[in-house]
Design a protein around this ligand. Structure first.
Ligand SMILES: O=C(O)CCC(=O)C(=O)O
Ligand SMILES: [Fe+2]
Length: 228
């Protein structure tokens, strides 16, 4: 299964495992998100790591042997080398309120090779908050410095304005995915320029992201700069 998924991610730009999360686990995570956004005055809130995720399935997912094996096998199928024995960089992003826009339409490359995304809640009205992916825009850079140069070229106003312009003109090169809560979406986050659409201020769009395998983890420069 992981071999087929890896091939699909490379050829299509992404792969989906439908209904990866069971209904009870999903409902509990949705209630968690709703409470967190409400407690934050209806505005954006993000959680890094697992420590504040209560007893939702998200708190134990990065230690789930099946999930870990899936990600490692996908990595190995595509990269052809043993998967590094590292954990995930995990975030739960809950978009809502006036601040939803600020956390949207910022095209970027992730620092990690594989991105696993599980939508928890999607807007039930207004902008659906799709995921936008330019499949495999770049290769894995040989050095951290090469990676850093890409990031600088992308993370500035002019580039962002161009990406947004192309996006709104309906560029065919970009995949626009309507997300289904509880399904698992996989893509090469390091290689693919991507972002999310916003949601309306009175809606909630929450996604859990588990990023796996930083190709530059051992870089001397990176360790000095202490960025991720
Ligand atoms: O929330 C999303 O749909 C994507 C977020 C993302 O790409 C990231 O946090 O790296
Ligand atoms: Fe990302």
């Amino acid at each position: 299964m992981s071999k087929a998924l890896a091939l699909e991610i490379t050829s299509k730009g992404y792969a989906v495992v439908e209904d990866y999360v069971g209904p009870d686990d999903l409902r509990m995570a949705q209630a968690f998100v709703f409470d967190a956004v409400t407690a934050n005055g209806g505005e954006y809130i993000g959680f890094a790591g697992t420590q504040d995720l209560g007893d939702t399935f998200l708190a134990s997912l990065p230690a789930d042997p099946d999930f870990v094996a899936l990600c490692r096998n996908i990595y190995e199928s595509a990269i052809g080398q043993p998967a590094p024995d590292v954990g995930f960089y995990q975030i739960l992003r809950c978009l809502s309120g006036g601040s939803a826009k600020k956390h949207s339409m910022r095209f970027h490359f992730d620092s990690y090779i594989l991105t696993a995304l599980i939508p928890i809640t999607v807007p039930d009205h207004g902008n659906p908050g799709r995921l936008a992916i330019h499949p495999n825009t770049r290769d894995i850079r040989r050095t951290y410095l090469g990676n850093l140069i890409d990031k600088v070229l992308v993370d500035n106003r002019l580039s962002q304005a161009l990406f947004n312009w192309a996006y709104h003109r309906g560029s065919k090169r970009v995949v626009r995915l309507s997300l289904k809560p509880g399904s698992l979406y996989l893509f090469w986050g390091y290689r693919s320029l991507h972002t999310n659409e916003p949601c309306d201020a009175d809606a909630i769009r929450a996604t859990a992201l588990l990023h796996y395998a930083d190709p530059h983890a051992d870089s001397w420069i990176k360790q000095r700069l202490r960025r991720h």
